[in-house]
Design a protein around this ligand. Structure first.
Ligand SMILES: Nc1ncnc2c1ncn2[C@@H]1O[C@H](COP(=O)(O)OP(=O)(O)OP(=O)(O)O)[C@@H](O)[C@H]1O
Length: 300
C-alpha cells in the first residue's frame, strides 16, 4: 500500500461515521460467477453529500440497487437510521417499503418520468403512498373524508414548492415529455423530494447536462442539503460535480472499495488515479482537465 493511500483517515475516525444515515457493512453482490460488489463497507453521514465514483462497471449502480431493494445483496448489512432514531435493515425489506417506510428515494440513470402527464401530476403521483394512507385505503377518501382532503391539499402544496425550487413552476401544466433534458433531470429530483426522503440517491444526475445546467444542479443539491438537511448519495462521472459539492467520496473499482475520504484526499490518492488511468486515455485526460480547472478556480 502506498504512503499517500496510508494518509487517508480510517473510516472510524471520519466525521461521516459519527452519525451515519446509512451504514453499508460487508456487502457483496454476486451474479453467478461475477462479483459485482465485493465486501463493501462505507458510511453516508447524515446531512452530507456523499459521492460514489469509479470507472464503468465498478459496481456503483449495483450498490444503489441493493440500497433501494431492487437487488437483495448476497451478503452484508445495510442499516438506514432516521434522525428520529428509527432504524431499518434495508436488505430485509421489499423495495416499496424501503421507499415508503425507510424513506429512501432515488432517481435513475435513464430518466423515468410519466412523459404524458403534466409536471404537477408527476409530483402528485409520487405522493400516492401518503394519499392512500390518508384515504384509509378506501373509497371514502375519494368521497371526501377530511383527512384525505387535507392530505391532498398538502400534496399539491408540496408539489408546487418543489416546482418552484427546481425552477419549473412556469411549466407546471405541460407534459413532462416536452421538457428539455436538463429540466427533466430537475423534475426527477423534485419528484424524489416530494416523498420527503431521509436519503436521496441520485444515479448520474449530471449525465447529459451542459456546464450551465451542471452548475444549476450543484446549486440545487447544495440548497437541498442546506434547507432540507436531506442526506444525498450520488453516483457521478462528472468530476466538477463530485469535487465541488461532495463532503465525502467513496471510490469503487471492480466492485471493491479502493479509496474513501474527502474530495481532496481521494483526488490525490494514487490508487484512484491508477483506476482512472486504467479506463482509457480520453477519460483520464478529461478527469485531469476537470481537476486542474477546479484547482485553479479554488486557488484564484
Ligand atoms: N443484473 C445483472 N446481472 C448480471 N450482471 C450484472 C447485473 N447488474 C450488473 N451486472 C454486472 O455487474 C458489474 C457492475 O455493474 P454496475 O452497473 O453496477 O456498474 P457501474 O459502476 O454502475 O457502471 P456504469 O458506470 O457503467 O453505470 C458489471 O460487470 C455488470 O455487467
Amino acid at each position: 500500500m502506498s504512503a499517500a493511500f496510508d494518509t487517508i483517515a480510517p473510516e472510524v475516525a471520519a466525521p461521516w461515521a459519527d452519525d451515519p444515515v446509512l451504514t453499508v457493512e460487508h456487502v457483496s453482490m454476486r451474479f453467478g460467477g461475477l462479483v459485482a460488489v465485493n465486501d463493501l463497507s462505507f458510511s453516508v453521514g447524515r446531512g452530507d453529500i456523499t459521492a460514489l465514483i469509479g470507472p464503468n462497471g465498478a459496481g456503483k449502480t449495483t450498490v444503489f440497487n441493493c440500497i433501494t431493494g431492487f437487488y437483495k445483496p448476497t451478503q452484508g448489512m445495510l442499516l438506514l437510521k432516521h434522525a428520529s432514531g428509527d432504524s431499518f435493515l434495508l436488505e430485509r425489506m421489499p423495495d416499496f417499503r424501503i421507499s415508503a417506510k425507510a424513506k429512501v428515494a432515488r432517481t435513475f440513470q435513464n430518466i423515468r418520468l410519466f412523459s404524458g402527464m403534466t409536471l404537477l401530476e408527476n409530483l402528485l403521483v409520487a405522493q400516492h403512498n401518503a394519499l392512500m394512507i390518508a384515504s384509509g385505503m378506501s373509497i371514502l377518501g375519494v368521497l371526501g373524508v377530511p383527512t384525505y382532503k387535507r392530505a391532498e391539499k398538502e400534496a399539491i402544496e408540496r408539489a408546487r414548492y418543489w416546482l418552484d425550487r427546481t425552477g419549473l413552476t412556469a411549466r407546471a401544466d405541460d407534459p413532462a415529455g416536452e421538457l428539455p433534458y436538463g429540466a427533466q433531470r430537475r423534475l426527477e429530483i423534485a419528484r424524489a423530494m416530494c416523498t420527503g426522503p431521509e436519503l436521496l440517491c441520485l444515479d448520474e444526475p449530471a449525465a447529459g447536462l451542459n456546464p450551465r445546467e451542471s452548475a444549476d444542479l450543484n446549486a440545487l443539491l447544495l440548497g437541498i442539503r442546506e434547507t432540507e438537511k436531506t442526506s444525498i448519495l450520488l453516483i457521478e462521472h462528472d468530476m466538477s460535480v463530485v469535487m465541488e459539492i461532495s463532503d465525502h467520496v467513496v471510490v469503487l473499482e471492480y466492485g471493491t472499495k479502493i479509496s474513501d475520504g474527502t474530495p481532496l484526499e481521494v483526488r490525490s490518492d494514487p490508487r484512484v488515479i491508477a483506476a482512472y488511468l486504467g479506463v482509457d486515455d480520453s477519460e483520464v485526460e478529461k478527469v485531469e482537465e476537470q481537476l486542474d480547472e477546479i484547482a485553479e478556480e479554488a486557488a484564484g
